[in-house]
Design a protein around this ligand. Structure first.
Ligand code: ATP
Ligand code: MG
Length: 446
């Protein structure tokens, strides 16, 4: 992409009403524009990051054997009356009447709808296990939408639902989700710690929330510092293996890690004092096992091996796709702007031309652009007639992890400069070497 032809409405001034870094930076970097409280347009740069996060989520769901689909945003109230949640959900649910005075709602979640789909089409244990998911916009009329996309009213969520014959099978599905979520967040360059949570209005016995540690997080968290040393890494896992998934769950949940909702002072104090940590965290996902709550209420039954009709065991599992954009920035920024991890960056690198209009500099930039593009990488070429300082400031603000700087002086010696956004260090090298190095870096990104 050439910056001269892109739509990147960066702001010079820091927006006064944005309280946290990620919100300020998303506005300044031209990623989002508020349309009304808690509702945003995703401008091209923000949209690109959102799509990269979605892509990682899809790839990891596929790896775990979960099946993508798409359910509508608007739902009929009838299903929610069946489950009993139409009245229970409260003012967070946006209720709408259509022209025939029928009660509709903008879905805050999809347990009822997916259970209805299931009961309409599945009648035998032979069709199980089954996990369906979608990535779809949700609406919750939050009492206090704030912090930009972190607590929106309209927000994008991946929500998945498992259907299993037995509790044991459903707990395996739960563990499988935990493993796939660990991989998903790590690919984004984030550490999200599974913490034992409270099940709230969805109801259920087993549930973990995934929290990213950040000062601006809304949850208070308590944990054993050893847990931050755990990495999933690139280990290979067989998602059908009950033992392997169970082992990962045990490894990642055996140390104390809880939110204030489930915090137990006595258990916490049993950890050696030097390992006790109190901090704040951003909830970026949650997994639930809730048994037959919805299948009982809505008659989602299958015939088991003996032909007996039994309610299916279910769970639901969510990732805050749009919130993750904010969480990623909270975890990765400095005074000059965003610092994208390679896994989610909107463009793989920037090319800054220090002397636009200089035949040699223009030619070198075009060659770099072509060479990177051929390798399947997406550079953002700042080809505007701007001062070098302004170009650097824009690149720092939007946070591309790598920048190639091209100028007549370097080109005389056959070199360009490759700069890391994270460390700020620069290295001079021939243009081909810069391309090779960037290609190499991204080949190593999971
Ligand atoms: P919270 O406690 O933050 O209100 P929740 O527990 O009600 O969230 P879930 O039903 O668990 O939310 O939804 C799954 C994920 O969707 C959450 O982990 C979070 O990342 C994201 N999410 C929930 N509410 C919002 C919101 N208002 N804005 C953006 N993302 C949200
Ligand atoms: Mg939650």
């Amino acid at each position: 992409m050439r910056l001269s032809r892109y739509f990147l409405p960066v702001l010079k001034e820091t927006p006064a009403d944005a309280q946290i870094a990620s919100h300020r930076l998303m506005l300044r970097a031209g990623m989002i524009k508020q349309s009304s409280a808690g509702i945003y347009s995703w401008l091209p740069l923000g949209y690109k990051v959102l799509k990269r996060i979605e892509q990682i989520v899809h790839e990891e769901q596929a790896r775990a054997g979960h099946i993508p689909m798409l359910m509508p945003t608007l739902q009929s109230a009838d299903l929610w009356k069946e489950s009993g949640r139409y009245d229970a959900y409260g003012p967070e649910m946006l209720r709408i009447k259509d022209r025939h005075e029928r009660d509709m709602l903008y879905g805050p979640t999809n347990e009822e709808m997916v259970t209805d789909i299931f009961r309409s089409h599945v009648g035998s244990y032979k069709d199980l296990p089954l996990t369906l998911y979608h990535i779809q916009w949700k609406f919750r009329d939050e009492i206090r939408p704030r912090f930009g996309v972190m607590r929106g009213r309209e927000f994008l969520m991946k929500d998945g639902y498992n259907f299993d014959l037995t509790k044991e099978d459903a707990l395996h599905a739960y563990n499988r989700h935990l493993v796939s979520y660990l991989r998903t967040y790590e690919r984004m360059g984030l550490q999200a710690i599974p913490m034992r949570a409270d099940s709230g209005p969805i109801g259920g016995d087993d549930t973990h929330e995934f929290l990213v540690l950040a000062e601006t997080g809304e949850s208070e968290v308590f944990y054993d510092s050893e847990i931050t040393d755990l990495k999933f890494g690139d280990r290979q896992i067989d998602y059908d293996s009950v033992d392997q998934c169970q082992a990962v769950l045990e490894e990642f949940t055996s140390r104390y890690a809880r939110t204030d909702e489930t915090h137990d002072e006595a258990l916490f104090n049993a950890i050696p004092e030097e390992r006790r940590r109190t901090a704040r965290g951003i909830e970026v996902g949650q997994i639930f096992y809730f048994g037959t709550k919805y299948s009982d209420a809505m008659g989602a039954v299958v015939a088991d091996r003996d032909g007996t009709r039994v309610p299916v065991h279910m769970g639901s599992h969510g990732i805050g796709v749009s919130r993750l954009v904010g969480a990623l920035i909270e975890a990765n920024h400095d005074d000059n702007g965003i610092i994208w991890p390679e896994g989610v960056t909107p463009f793989h690198c920037g090319i800054v031309n220090l002397k636009q209009g200089d035949a040699e500099a223009d030619g070198a930039c075009e060659s770099l652009y072509a060479a990177l593009t051929v390798l399947g990488l997406e550079p953002l070429y700042d080809d505007r007639e701007e001062r070098a300082g302004a170009k650097f400031a824009t690149m720092d603000l939007i946070g591309l992890p790598w920048r190639i700087t091209v100028g007549p002086r370097g080109l005389k010696n056959g070199v360009v400069e490759l700069t890391s956004r994270r460390t700020g260090t620069s290295e001079e090298m021939p243009p081909e070497a810069a391309v090779a190095k960037i290609a190499d870096i991204y080949a190593g990104v999971l």
